[in-house]
Ligand binder design. Sequence first.
Ligand code: HEC
Ligand code: HEC
Ligand code: HEC
Length: 440
Amino acid sequence: MRRLVRILLVRILLAIVVVIAAGVAIFLFKPAPLPDVSVAAAKLPTGQALIERGEYLTRAADCAACHTTSGGQPYAGGLAFKLPFGTVYSPNITADKETGIGNWSDAEFVRALHQGIDSQGRNLYPAFSYAAYARMTTEDALAIKAYLFSLPPVHAEAPKNDLSFPFNQRYVLRFWNLLFVPDGPLSQDEKQSAEWNRGAYLVEAMAHCGECHTPRNLLYGLDNGKKFAGAELQGWKAYNISSDKTTGIGSWSDEQLFDYLSKGHADGRGSATGSMGEAVDYSLRHLTPEDIKAIVAYVKTVPPQTSSDKAIVEAEPPATLTTSIAYAPSADSVAQSGLGLKLFQGACASCHGWNGEGLQTPYAALRGSRTVNDPDGTNLIQVILKGAHMTTPLGKQAMPAFANAYSDVEIAALGNYVLAHFGGKQSAITPADVAKARMQ
Ligand code: HEC
Ligand code: HEC
Ligand code: HEC
């Protein structure tokens, strides 16, 4: 009798396991249905008006930043995203029928932006910021497609992804989507102004600020409990931009934030470089002043998050303030301060000056910049290695790359000098730190 019960129990258990396994298999392998986009399409203008709206939104969503290589054709893809488990390349999203998305239907395009699924039903990696675009309206997604399809198709095959098992198994992402991808467009908050709501939409569904500025959890999902608390990506720090007064941007005036976002520089706060420089160059500087004001209004209301980052800006660094713009170090002080000062004098002072104000252009003003106040020197090393450039209302601004000009020892010494002089920080950047940064 006991044996019979046991056999029965085992069978019931087996049946449960089979049912669960079948459920999981159906969930994993059933093609995700295509959305009905006809209602949204009917609401859109046609012809040139639609393409212009699409162009503005494509800029606001910054599709170019990831789908264009430096010097490459716009939207032709091929940019590498180095992830801990391999490399993903952005595909060609021009209307080329063979190597791009020329054969995609409107519904397939909308599904890609909202759910991260390609035209074949395969899941896409979240290096593509679809968790943000999921909050975009279907109308706006369709306008973006109309714009991309109005451009000349570019024939360019993107390199194949290089991912190891099990990360090359795309269906695993179905679980990820379940956990981290919001369902449907951002809803209006009736308690807030129209300006705030516009800002929220631009920040969350379009400009995807959180994709860089919000830390991720172990599963690579955004940890929105620490919204905008800062994160590290591709070797750069995307600083804390919550309203915390010391480690965030709570003490920035509205005007400073407006200038930084729309022009890439704010007096007393430094200039945007790295992927932020790109976000300004490709995207934010093309937005209307009203939209930038809306972004400022929204960003300023994000609750403060204190980060453990030691990149706290010293407004009045003693060494900077006791130097004049055209200060010339004596042979004695060069001998005392050593390599860092010598290199700064030779390679940097002609543009940056010594008192943190910048020569010729305010874009080269270093005083007040987070980057020269971060004892880790993360972005400082990167900007010395890679340089920076941006189109601004004052014309093209550029700093050359020094990766080939100096050794790891020299860049480490230069970094430590810049942090001491412009940020009043004791730092210990080592040649090994520079070597590591070169790999990123
Ligand atoms: C943060 C970087 C990033 C941004 C921003 C971005 N993409 Fe992508 N996108 C990617 C990557 C990487 C992939 C490839 C993912 C993969 O292989 O799974 C991708 C894939 C795609 C695909 C799938 C194409 C195919 O052939 O499978 C489409 C369509 C797409 N992106 C459109 C867009 C549009 C439209 C925008 C702007 C609204 C945009 N992307 C913004 C990185 C980005
Ligand atoms: C592609 C990644 C990326 C995106 C998207 C992005 N940022 Fe940034 N952001 C960065 C990085 C990296 C830095 C550091 C730049 C530097 O060192 O010059 C930065 C710096 C900043 C700073 C300066 C902070 C400080 O203390 O100096 C502000 C403000 C800022 N971002 C706001 C925003 C807002 C608002 C958005 C969305 C509209 C946004 N960012 C989107 C990567 C990004
Ligand atoms: C030809 C002029 C020029 C030279 C030489 C130059 N820079 Fe720059 N630097 C700039 C400009 C212009 C910017 C702002 C660029 C931008 O934001 O796109 C900048 C940006 C920076 C920043 C980031 C500022 C911020 O607010 O985050 C740092 C740090 C920096 N430079 C350090 C150096 C160091 C160290 C050297 C010497 C190895 C150097 N620069 C040489 C012109 C120059």
